[in-house]
Design a protein around this ligand. Sequence first.
Ligand SMILES: NC(=O)c1ccc[n+]([C@@H]2O[C@H](COP(=O)([O-])OP(=O)(O)OC[C@H]3O[C@@H](n4cnc5c(N)ncnc54)[C@H](OP(=O)(O)O)[C@@H]3O)[C@@H](O)[C@H]2O)c1
Length: 250
Amino acid sequence: MSEQTIALVTGANKGIGYEIAVGLGALGWSVGVGARDEERREAAVEKLRAAGVDVFGVPLDVTDDASVAAAARLIEERAGRLDVLVNNAGVTGGMPHEPTKVDPATVRTAVETNVIGVIRVINAMLPLLRRSASPRIVNMSSSVGSLTRQSESVARRSDSADERGTGPISAAYAPSKTFLNAVTVQYARELRDTNILINAGCPGFCATDLNGFRGVRTPEQGAAIALRLATLPDDGPTGGFFEDAGVVPW
Ligand SMILES: NC(=O)c1ccc[n+]([C@@H]2O[C@H](COP(=O)([O-])OP(=O)(O)OC[C@H]3O[C@@H](n4cnc5c(N)ncnc54)[C@H](OP(=O)(O)O)[C@@H]3O)[C@@H](O)[C@H]2O)c1
């Protein structure tokens, strides 16, 4: 088996995921570019290779059992194990998000990708991660999933308060990230006697397709927290929720 660290980033064809692939590649790692669309995946792989990153394309739709199983087989055949999994793929699910107006299908879409997709990918990759000396799982969450910050925004009677990272009122995207955080803690509990560290990270409000490029940070800045959590030492935290400035309150 290769000495080189092997990573998989889901939704790596653009935005923050692409920059996570750049950052992990800069460490000399071999990075699987997980992406559901062949053209977008190949374009990203080509661009990353041209930038000197050691990458391989991984066809991957996180909402599809067969696709995720095939991705695990591809990594097993190529590398025999997985050291780092970054669950970055995410969607807002559609609009509107206000609880009184939301289409239940919007909630379902957000949860299907942002939560169930993550569970599906982790469970498929776990046998490969268990073969690593220092496995790390990073779930790209969001501070909009912080119930503490959301309830503070209710108390302030301010419904956007972007400076605190609460985002717009949302019955779909924000709660899907709260759910993801809760799931992250449950994995950490189950895996606490293993060498697998699993944490949730918030990239901050970054200019990407997800928000019509309204974010105030660059995708590269957003990738930094994922890189930090992907490279934690063996005695690093697990079951936590972090942003660049430190711990995010639940
Ligand atoms: N941007 C922000 O301000 C911000 C803030 C907090 C958290 N986040 C989180 O950071 C992560 C990356 O977001 P981003 O801003 O970089 O968004 P983005 O530019 O829209 O990228 C999202 C990525 O996820 C992929 N994706 C969506 N559904 C997928 C599926 N079913 N299977 C596989 N890939 C799928 C997309 O692929 P396609 O190109 O095929 O659609 C794309 O590669 C997300 O989890 C997001 O919730 C972002």
